[in-house]
Design a protein around this ligand. Sequence first.
Ligand code: HEC
Length: 202
Amino acid sequence: MKNFTLLSLVAVSMLLTACGEKTEKAVEESSAVVKEAVKEDTLSALDEAKKALSEAAEATKVLAAEVVEDAKIEAAKMAVVAEEKTAELKASAQESITEAGEALKEQAETVTAAASEAIASISAPAAYEKCKGCHGADGKTVALGKSAVIAGQDKAALITSLHEYREGMKNVAGMGGLMKAQVVSMSDEDFESIAEYLSAIK
Ligand code: HEC
């Protein structure tokens, strides 16, 4: 539209020129109009460019703010993940330590049991030898799943029990006959040494 206006003005001015000297003033006027129009065009183009630039600057600002915000969110997420990983590692480390401790404890218990058994068999009197199969080297086994534990019992009570079995007077779990067979050929001295040994076991 503006181009068209400019062209028309130029055409008019050319026409006027063609009309000779008289038209000189008219030419001057029209060229002034053309100049003004060009100036206005340039100014408005400048305005547009300025506006576009400031819009672009604004958009860039908004974009930059968004990027910063996104980065913040990502950083926060990563911090959470790192924290979780740390907690997991801590938990699994604790678990390993607990497991190792548990294993050590078990080993210590096995060693202790083996040691007490070894000590028991060293100090056991010869008469106790045939009792081990059922009552255990340390007297802590429930014989045939029936008897009371004989280790750590009162010495006098043990001697009484053995006397009663020898005389066929004791039968707690229906196996008094079996026990009689074990002790029938034993002497009071054998009972004494066995009872001494068993009562001393903790
Ligand atoms: C074949 C397995 C066996 C053997 C070997 C054996 N016992 Fe027993 N003993 C038993 C059983 C079973 C009983 C439970 C008897 C009953 O029913 O009263 C028992 C009970 C006892 C009791 C009584 C426990 C209580 O407080 O009621 C004593 C003490 C005892 N035995 C000592 C011995 C001695 C000492 C020997 C070795 C000379 C011996 N036993 C050998 C199986 C055995």
